[in-house]
Design a protein around this ligand. Structure first.
Ligand code: C2E
Ligand code: CA
Ligand code: CA
Length: 325
């Protein structure tokens, strides 16, 4: 639709949700509710869409509503846990640090993976308190491990930041507070931000990256290769590490060519590289031949709870096979 205001053209579009049958409905509110569910779906598809309601939408909307309620309760009841996955130096075979990965210990469903709830937590703004907790807990746990495992120094912890956390006005204040409260050296903390989040607002990202650099906190561009970072962004901005997405971890000719290109590019720009999703000895051998510095994946260890480095874990055995004679 087109109109004019103050001599300027104004274009309007409408998102329409509709439902066709009146059978099975007792009240007008129910009809409106379902049309509204279809309208929300239409809005989610982009501008100017039309969506007809069906029962699967209702089931989906109810499941989402339940998840939202449960997430609010989970924050109140502190049902989140961190699992840690080692990041290994491919040159020495030693653990250099851990990535902290969030889990929700649901009272009925058990451990829930982050992919099931992070985007809803983002939409609800709950990612802010959840993320602050994860940052604090990751730093606290690493500090405790550093005290316990003196011969494994210096260990680092990598904490993931979602888009909303990364652009949150309190981010730096929260980081400063966490560092002070936990007593962790800022240089032992690394922050992982996906390539697409960084590129969503490159100017803001550049400023935040500089603020983090001034604090000696390394930043890692996560899922590298899946977004659209410009080469000038990579060249100019203060990202320290590229983390190659696990989708490039194949051993086919094309994957090898991509891996080689990323590692060379990173090194030429003065950045380190972590390969994630490393599952096989063949991948380890390839990455070492490409001089990729770090690896992370099931080959070394799945993400684990606090007991991970307490006992004699299988991880140490696989690391032994990596150590140079
Ligand atoms: P991510 O940051 O890319 O994390 C890597 C994911 O790959 C993790 O899944 C990890 O368990 C899995 N993984 C590790 N090694 C292997 C392997 O060898 N093979 C395969 N197939 N997978 C491997 P997870 O723990 O389910 O986390 C999924 C995503 O959730 C993360 O992807 C990250 O984007 C997000 N996430 C996790 N923790 C947090 C957090 O504390 N805050 C925020 N904002 N996001 C988080
Ligand atoms: Ca990550
Ligand atoms: Ca990743």
């Amino acid at each position: 639709m087109r109109g004019t205001e103050d001599g300027r053209d104004v274009f309007l579009t409408a998102s329409i949700g509709s439902m066709s049958s009146t059978t099975g409905y007792d009240r007008a509110e129910e009809v409106l509710r379902d049309a509204s569910v279809a309208m929300c779906q239409a809005k989610g598809l982009g501008k100017a869409c039309f969506v007809m309601f069906d029962t699967a939408m209702h089931t989906h909307a109810m499941a989402r509503l339940e998840l939202e309620g449960a997430l609010h309760r989970a924050v109140e009841r502190q049902e989140f846990r961190l699992f840690y996955q080692p990041i290994v130096s491919l040159e020495t075979g030693w653990i250099t640090g851990f990535e902290a990965l969030l889990r929700w210990e649901h009272p009925k469903r058990g451990l829930v993976a982050p992919d099931e709830f992070i985007s809803v937590a983002e939409d609800l703004g709950l990612i802010i308190p959840i993320g602050q907790w994860a940052l604090h807990e990751g730093c606290r746990q690493l500090r405790a491990w550093q005290r316990e495992l003196v011969d494994l120094q210096p260990l680092t912890v990598s904490v993931n930041l979602s888009g909303r956390q990364f652009s949150h006005s309190e981010l730096l204040t929260v980081i400063d507070q966490t560092i002070t409260e936990t007593g962790l050296e800022a240089s032992s903390l690394k922050l992982e931000i996906t390539e697409s989040v960084m590129m969503d607002n490159a100017e803001l990202s550049a400023a935040i990256l500089l603020d983090l650099k001034a604090r000696h906190i390394d930043t890692c561009m996560d899922d590298f290769g899946t977004g659209y970072s410009s080469l000038s962004f990579l060249q100019q901005y203060a990202v320290d590490i590229l983390k190659i997405d696990q989708s490039f971890m194949g051993l086919g000719t094309e994957s090898v060519a991509i891996l080689r290109t990323i590692v060379t590019l990173a090194h030429n720009l003065g950045k380190h590289v972590i390969a994630e999703g490393v599952e096989t000895p063949g991948q380890v051998a390839l990455l070492r031949s490409l001089h990729c510095e770090y690896g992370q994946g099931y080959f070394f260890s799945k993400p684990g709870g606090r007991a991970l480095i307490g006992g004699p874990p299988p991880m140490v055995r696989s690391l032994n096979s990596l150590r140079r004679p």
